[in-house]
Ligand binder design. Structure first.
Ligand SMILES: Cc1ncc(COP(=O)(O)O)c(C=O)c1O
Length: 429
């Protein structure tokens, strides 16, 4: 493999323990990391320092939309970096304007703001909501239990999981959670201060749970009735992962009223940049100028380099019809997982998700599951998948998530099913 940066000194190269020691001594231990030191990737595969190959059905938590080391991304990075990498948002440049235009034409009339991560995109939507309700003294955003909206202070206040809030009191005021897919609970929770509702089209970290069509349509109606903004966190479930650009489009396919459904704001990140950090939010036309000059910003947001990469990814997704691929390969993977669940109900309790955002819920108290019982079943199951040569992402204590590159091939999905089956067979024995 051609080196992009000069090779590190020999103590680091090919020395798993040395790399881990660097982390232990120098990196804040805020992540529970797996015992794998990755070296490089190609397509849907990642390789560790010892040369072991893994089929990557996690894609860095739904990020590597074109897989690893995709030549189109390399080309965009090289070409744009030869021109200009960064300008600040004091000035105009073509890639940001063109990316905004592309996203607007994919979603609907409105405008985009660019940032660097998913949580920043959500923060922007929270600020938009506060601005919208400011003169009426409305500021509260209702979110849902089991949601995940990111790790900043507002992100954890919005997130419907106690584990992310623990130790960080007091929470930023103005966020409350109600059960997901429960329209009446949302209606009952409204207060005179409520200004917006934020939901994920498919809850990711919370366990790969899609919203129901009635819920989405009902939320739209409720927001119209009560003059609230309907905000959708599409950071994980968006960008063609469901088989349509937005998961709500897939969920509402064929449902009366579904084709005209639009939220008021959508946050994006992850697959948008394929691994290059970029986040964005889209805001519907009537509210698109609420955040006027000086009201919101970030130094790096929408840099020429990030936007050139995101544009190239969109181009490849459209040219290679990767939305259709996500739908077809996703349906194939889901059918295979469902077959596995039917054969081994004592191991897999349920299969959920759409397109290439799938999850299996493990049965509780799996007797044959090896590993440290202080760790969740999902983490211990992930260890077994790793040993079999497959990377996947735990969600909560009981769910394994599969969020592969959007260009995953059918043969790779078949290989993944075989590897998952080998693990399930051992646990079912
Ligand atoms: C639905 C959702 N929203 C927000 C975020 C936060 O994104 P980031 O980690 O890029 O800040 C995530 C990250 O996993 C997510 O899944």
């Amino acid at each position: 493999m051609k080196e992009i940066v000069p090779p590190p000194p020999p103590i680091v190269r090919n020395d798993v323990a040395a790399v881990q020691a660097l982390f232990q001594q120098n990196v804040v231990p805020s992540y529970g990391r797996f015992d794998i030191v990755l070296s490089h990737g190609s397509g849907s595969y990642l390789y560790d320092l010892t040369g072991r190959r893994y089929l990557d059905l996690g894609a860095g938590i739904a990020v590597s939309s074109l897989g690893h080391a995709h030549p189109a991304i390399t080309e965009a990075l090289v070409e744009q970096s030869r021109k200009v990498i960064h300008t600040s948002n004091f000035y105009y440049h073509e890639p940001q304007g063109r990316l905004a235009q592309a996203l607007v034409s994919l979603i609907g009339p409105g405008k985009c703001f660019f940032c660097n991560s998913g949580v920043e995109a959500n923060e922007g939507l929270f600020k938009l909501a506060r601005k919208f309700g400011h003169d009426e003294g409305r500021f509260e955003v209702l979110t849902t239990l089991n949601s995940f909206h990111g790790r900043t202070l507002a992100g954890i206040a919005a997130t419907g999981q106690e584990k992310v809030k623990k130790g960080f009191d007091p929470m930023v005021p103005g966020f409350r959670q109600v059960p997901y897919n429960d329209l009446e609970a949302m209606r009952a929770a409204l207060s005179p201060a409520t200004v917006a509702i934020m939901v994920e089209g498919i809850q990711g970290e919370g366990g790969v749970t899609p919203a129901t069509p009635d819920y989405l349509l009902g939320l739209r109606q409720l927001c119209d009735e009560k003059k609230l903004l309907l905000l959708m966190d599409s950071v994980q479930c968006g960008h063609f992962r469901s088989g349509r650009f937005q998961s709500f489009q897939r969920i509402l396919e064929g449902v009366p009223g579904g084709e005209t459904f639009l939220p008021d704001g959508i946050s994006m990140a992850k697959s948008l940049g394929g691994g290059f950090p970029i986040g964005a939010f889209w805001v519907r036309a009537p509210y698109a100028d609420l955040l006027g000059a000086g009201s919101h910003g970030t130094t790096y947001g929408g840099s020429p380099l990030a936007c050139a990469v995101a544009l190239k990814i969109l181009d490849v997704i459209q040219r290679e019809k990767l939305a259709d691929n996500a739908r077809q390969v996703g349906d194939f993977l889901k059918t295979g997982l469902q077959r596995l669940a039917q054969r081994s109900p004592k191991v897999i309790r349920a299969v959920r998700g759409l397109g290439l955002m799938l999850g299996i819920e493990l049965a509780p108290n799996l007797a044959n599951l090896p590993g440290d019982s202080a760790k969740t079943q999902a983490v211990r199951f992930a260890h077994l998948l790793h040993a079999a040569g497959l990377l996947a992402i735990p969600a909560g204590a009981q769910i394994m998530r599969f969020l592969p590159p959007l260009n995953l091939r059918l043969a790779e999905a078949e290989e993944g099913l075989t590897l998952i089956e080998s693990v399930v067979a051992k646990l079912a024995a």
